[in-house]
Design a binder for this molecule. Structure first.
Ligand code: E4P
Length: 218
């Protein structure tokens, strides 16, 4: 399972990359706006740091506009993956871009039907939004598992990115169903390290070691 960070914050990405467990990054207009940085410059900085797939989203909603923006974004770095919203024009753009060898990530996917269309268009990645489904009292994990099953049935090559992840249990459930990638906020990645028994264990080992040193000194 690959781990992507869902952020445009360079400090977070640096930390994740230094831990050696981050394979890529996803961004969206909200995350970039939060950083207040120049969009293209920030995409370049993230690519240079992570040296893996970095999703950057188009703003246009019409086919021509999306393809134009996608080509510009793809020219920033070999690592750029162009994020395209799940609409008829978006799917048409994905088909064109996949023929040109530009990598795409179909975003804002909320149903298996939409995920089928993304795979048919030749998307490199598809991003089902788990947490936002849960937010409206729908079962985000069920949607994800249906997409995994359908993709396995047909051997679709599009990789599934479990997105809109809220907590480590989302990560575990996605991993149990064999999802290719989970993209998560930095704070979820931090929480994955945590277990109270680990903290208690470290504390106990250190205090026993201290006692031993005091004893051998005597
Ligand atoms: C996916 O690529 C999106 O950036 C993302 O996961 C959105 O999640 P949110 O629901 O936490 O905004």
């Amino acid at each position: 399972m690959k781990i992507f960070l869902d952020t445009a914050n360079l400090e977070e990405i640096k930390k994740g990359v230094e831990w050696g467990i981050v394979d890529g990054v996803t961004t969206n207009p909200t995350l970039v706006a939060k950083e207040g940085a120049d969009f293209k410059q920030r995409v370049k900085e993230i690519c240079d740091l992570v040296k893996g797939p970095v999703s950057a989203e188009v703003i246009a909603l019409d086919y021509e506009g999306m393809v134009k923006e996608a080509r510009e974004l793809a020219s920033i770095s070999e690592y750029v993956v162009v994020k395209i919203p799940m609409t008829p024009d978006g799917i048409k753009a994905v088909k064109t871009l996949s023929r040109e060898g530009i990598k795409t990530n179909v975003t804002l996917v909320f149903s298996p039907a939409q995920a089928i269309l993304a795979a048919k268009a030749g998307a490199t990645y598809v991003s089902p939004f788990v947490g936002r489904m849960d937010d409206i009292s729908n079962d985000g994990m069920r949607m994800l598992s249906e997409i995994v099953e359908i993709y396995n049935n047909y051997g679709f090559e599009t990789e599934i990115i479990a997105a809109s992840i809220r907590h480590p249990m989302h990560v575990i459930e996605a991993a149990l169903m064999g999802v290719d990638i989970v993209t998560m906020p930095f704070e979820v990645l931090e929480k994955m390290f945590k277990h109270p028994m680990t903290d208690i264990g470290i504390e106990r080992f250190l205090s026993d070691w201290k006692k031993y040193l005091e004893k051998v000194k005597k």
